[in-house]
Design a protein around this ligand. Structure first.
Ligand SMILES: Nc1ncnc2c1ncn2[C@@H]1O[C@H](COP(=O)(O)OP(=O)(O)OP(=O)(O)O)[C@@H](O)[C@H]1O
Length: 654
């Protein structure tokens, strides 16, 4: 049975137009903001990737900037040299010999892309839609969004009329493709006898280790002192490579962790389940007076350096994150206290896991990735000090105030972060709204590298596949459930598309990527074409493809009576939409091609990040970005910055 949700709240949403927002007369707030930041006036037709604010220059800038004495963020000694990973010169050379330059305009077969006629056929609401697509505004919409994974058959909010501003202009993806050295571009010599795959496996039995390599374990006192005073080197005893080489093992635990999390949350399947419970956290922080003074006694070094702990920002499987205000200059940081060691874990194993998360974080320097500043070990607990971003994507989306150009900007910023991450040989694997925070300059930042994996080591040609069901149900790519080993990059791309759908629709497309999930099953099935349609056959086909998890046989094939039109069939008297069009019809027309390719069931055929950037619509998105420590604001939109519940940061529009 398909649940039907009342969409009246979407349809009665107040109308906004681009003129309202971008009339010549700026609001006082807008004016004062424009005074502060430089707004580059880019002609709309040429909003292209010439201004694409990522790539090598940006990597260089961010690395360079972070060395500047006046850089707002103190520089940490990173255990990885960024340049080890991205040597611009090398990357450029690699690029020249890579396939990136051979990008051709991507043409989507007509059979896969809904025609305009089809869109119009479903565009019952166009007369009510406005220049800016606003998917629901009433707070009443909140619960229906929280009913995850269910698309209403009546949701025919086709927003074709809504974004004529963003008709893609001439393709300039070549430059985009050029700007990112693919991690595959950084290939080593295929005949290198020392390649990972050719090396003998490392001996794991301690008895096999030659005596000259056996060192005395430092006593705890010494160890503590070491971390206390030289925290920047605190992870030096565990080299990043050795830490990250352990990712297979780490994954298994991850899987375990995440399974725990799944179990824990199974009772409610709404969007909120992936949201950190701030209310609960606030209660904790109310009773902080005693506990926090104890903490202060215990964590003298941390406090001396960074000041006092404030309220809890959120907590999850990995630990809890608190605000910390530096007494010297009032600067605010976010400090993650890692979960305590499990009885089943050895101290070394625990240290390895937390330091791996820190190492990944501290190796990354990009506008769209949270800056990790420090790790401090005190009283056997680890604290990761990060830059603080006061707004969060979940609250922003839930506020219902996002305009389409704003959503597009956030999506492209997310993709820029992911492109950078992938260019560094890392994949996140837990991309979701809850893991995106936003700073005062409207920069979207990816957080939480607790599930990240290295898929490529510098100068190694091979891709290291990942394992384990890691991530959050609605954002999971189907192959994580069907394949033991999968390419973690494809998983990130899938999650980005789900995030985009969540932003645009304010609901999940489905709860879980399994055939037992009604919405997902209908999305997966080949749509009816000319001739008869049999749901049984369509189901059989998708089951045989092995691409999706079939789940227990709880599903009873409904009685399919007749084919109504393309993509539609009448099931038990009710007209139903089959195939990807089910989801795509709800999205703005220009966005459909890339979303379709990002939600390709077969990870081999799914777009990679370069192909995503090569999409005409993605290339045409006008995005806010940083250049030489200055915000370059897109002239096409403002950002509604909404801070999480309980935060003293007010809601602002910039
Ligand atoms: N740098 C930051 N700035 C602002 N808020 C942050 C920051 N880092 C984390 N948070 C908040 O704290 C929450 C928990 O952080 P994080 O996701 O890193 O923890 P976790 O325990 O690993 O969570 P998960 O269960 O998702 O793995 C986030 O959802 C976010 O709301």
């Amino acid at each position: 049975m398909i649940a039907v949700y009342n969409m009246s709240d979407i349809r009665s949403a107040p109308k906004f137009s681009l003129q309202d927002e971008h009339s010549d007369e700026s609001s006082p707030l807008e004016k004062s903001f424009q005074d502060k930041v430089q707004v580059k006036d880019i002609p709309k037709s040429s909003i292209q990737s010439e201004t694409a604010p990522f790539g090598l220059e940006d990597v260089e800038n961010s690395v360079e900037n972070s060395h500047e004495p006046n850089h707002p963020l103190p520089r940490v000694q990173s255990p990885i040299q960024v340049k080890d990973h991205i040597d611009p010169k090398l990357a450029e050379d690699r690029y020249r010999s890579s396939s990136a330059k051979n990008f051709e305009p991507i043409s989507i077969p007509n059979s896969q892309i809904p025609s305009d006629d089809e869109a119009d056929e479903n565009d019952h609401t166009s007369s009510q839609s406005s220049a800016v697509f606003r998917p629901g505004n009433s707070p009443l919409f909140l619960p229906s969004l929280s009913r995850s994974g269910l698309l209403s058959p009546s949701n025919e909010d086709d927003s074709d009329e809504n974004h004529h501003e963003y008709k893609p202009s001439s393709p300039s993806y070549l430059k985009v493709a050029h700007e990112f050295p693919s991690s595959e571009d950084l290939i080593g010599d295929p005949n290198d006898p020392y390649r990972r795959t050719r090396r003998a496996p490392t001996k794991s039995d301690p008895r096999d280790i030659p005596s000259q390599f056996i060192f005395k374990k430092p006593d705890h006192k010494h160890h503590h002192h070491h971390h206390h005073n030289h925290h920047n080197n605190s992870s030096s005893s565990l080299s990043l490579k050795s830490l990250l080489h352990s990712h297979d093992k780490h994954d298994k635990h991850d899987k375990h962790d995440k399974h725990d999390k799944h179990e824990k949350h199974h009772s409610s399947l709404d969007l909120r389940r992936f949201f950190k419970s701030h209310q609960k956290s606030d209660k904790k922080s109310v009773s902080k007076s005693k506990s926090s003074s104890n903490i202060e006694d215990d964590h003298f070094g941390l406090f001396k350096k960074y000041g006092k702990f404030g309220r809890i920002l959120g907590s999850g499987a990995g630990g809890s994150v608190r605000i910390m205000k530096r007494s010297s200059d009032g600067k605010i940081f976010a400090v993650k206290e890692f979960r305590s060691r499990r009885p089943s874990e050895s101290e070394r194993e625990y240290a390895r896991k937390v330091t791996a998360e820190f190492c990944v974080g501290s190796a990354l320097h990009h506008t769209n990735i949270i800056e990790t500043l420090d790790i401090i070990e005190e009283n056997k607990k680890f604290y990761e000090v990060m830059e603080y971003a006061p707004y969060d994507m979940f609250s922003i989306v839930m506020s219902g105030q996002m305009t389409m150009p704003e959503i597009f900007c956030c999506f492209k910023q997310l993709l820029s972060g992911v492109a950078y991450l992938h260019s560094m040989g890392l994949a996140h694997r837990d991309l979701k709204l809850d893991n995106l925070v936003v700073d005062e300059n409207c920069n979207v930042k990816i957080i939480d590298f607790g599930s990240a994996v290295v898929f490529k080591y510098p100068f190694e040609a091979d891709i290291v596949e990942a394992t384990g069901v890691v991530g959050s149900d609605p954002y999971l790519a189907p192959e994580t459930l069907t394949k033991k080993l999968y390419d973690p990059r494809s998983v990130d791309i899938w999650s980005c598309a789900i995030i985009f759908c969540c932003m645009a629709l304010r609901r999940f497309p489905w709860k879980y990527p399994k055939l037992t999930d009604n919405s997902f099953r209908l999305f997966c099935m080949r749509p009816p074409t000319q001739g008869n349609f049999s749901e049984d056959e369509a189901l059989k086909e998708i089951k045989e493809s092995g691409l999706v998890d079939v789940g227990p046989p709880t599903y009873k094939t409904p009685d399919v009576q007749q084919r109504a039109s393309e993509h539609h069939a009448v099931i038990s008297g009710k007209e139903e939409v089959y195939g990807p069009w089910r989801l795509l019809r709800l999205l703005p027309r220009d966005t459909r091609a890339v979303v379709l390719h990002m939600l390709e069931l077969d990870p081999i055929k799914r777009y990679d990040v370069h192909e995503v950037f090569a999409d005409e619509w993605v290339a045409s998105i006008s995005m806010c970005y940083m250049e030489n420590n200055k915000v370059i604001r897109s002239p096409t939109h403002l950002h509604n910055l909404v801070s999480p519940e309980g935060s003293p940061y007010p809601h602002v529009k910039r």
